[in-house]
Design a protein around this ligand. Structure first.
Ligand code: NDP
Length: 240
């Protein structure tokens, strides 16, 4: 069996599931991380390990990486993709939604980076791919708390990239525009959801998750001496 593996958080739907399938198709061992076990059921075989955990549980995430290393060998890459988008108007939005997004989108990414960095720094190789957003580069109405989490992903990624560059470890930021996934469905305001859906239709819909997965794989598959620092990609008709 090929040595090493790629860890993907949020592998149970959308961009994470498409990324998982692509890495499997390309012959990699994978560690698939999510909370909904049933949504990982279609991923099977000796190249697949699963961890049914929450990325906000740092100890569980670190243990899952260590257990996969015992099976497959060293972690080659982690795709920190798990995320929540609870759009809202800050003047009325329930603060529990802010906390949930910051816990998953920001602390979850920090947990993912710390779970792999000691091993990568020691071995002087490895790749961290953090999934941010165009909402990590600019603002959108009713996105304030979410935008904050994604600006954090951009800035943390760039900071860590500078810190680990001398160790030959790559940090890549992926910034998609709108993608056709379940992400919007967790937003609680129907008005905001309907506005978002109308806007998406006005630009002829979002990217497919597979398109984003291909961008992730493109960055990963470069020689270790090449770091594609950031890929921003969006539907052509998306203006903002
Ligand atoms: P989905 O809702 O389809 O996928 C989100 C994934 O994150 C699911 O697999 C979910 O799995 C997982 N997840 C959520 N919370 C946790 C948690 N606490 N612990 C572990 N896993 C968790 O949405 P997308 O595929 O669209 O989202 C993936 C990433 O892409 C997110 O970071 C999102 O912000 C980003 N993004 C998406 C865009 C879009 O338009 N769709 C645009 C730009 C960026 P489970 O519930 O099983 O745990």
């Amino acid at each position: 069996m090929k040595k090493g593996f790629v860890a993907i958080t949020g592998a149970s739907s959308g961009i994470g599931a498409a990324t998982a399938q692509l890495f499997i198709d390309k012959g990699h061992n994978v560690l698939l991380i999510a909370r909904r076990e049933e949504r990982l059921a279609s991923f099977t075989g000796e190249h697949v390990k699963k961890a049914i955990i929450d990325v906000t549980d740092k100890a569980a995430l670190t243990k899952a990486i260590q257990e996969a290393e015992a099976t497959f060998g060293p972690v080659e890459a982690i795709v920190n993709n798990a995320g929540r988008m609870l759009l809202g108007d800050v003047s009325v939005q329930d603060e529990k939604e802010w906390k949930e997004m910051y816990d998953v989108n920001v602390l979850g990414v920090l947990n993912g980076m710390q779970a792999v960095l000691p091993s990568m720094i020691e071995r002087k190789t490895g790749t961290i791919v953090n999934i941010s957003s165009i909402a990590g580069k600019k603002t959108f109405g009713d996105h304030a708390a979410y935008v904050g989490t994604k600006f954090a992903v951009h800035s943390m990624s760039e900071n860590v990239r500078e810190e680990v560059a001398a160790h030959n470890v790559r940090v890549v930021t992926i910034a998609p525009g709108v993608v056709e996934t379940e992400l919007l469905s967790h937003t609680t305001s129907d008005v905001i959801k309907n506005n978002y859906t109308d806007w998406k239709h006005s630009i002829q819909g979002g990217l497919t998750p597979q398109t984003v997965a291909e961008a992730i794989y493109f960055a990963f598959s470069q020689p270790q001496g090449v770091n594609i620092r950031e890929i921003a990609l969006a539907p052509t008709q998306q203006q903002a």
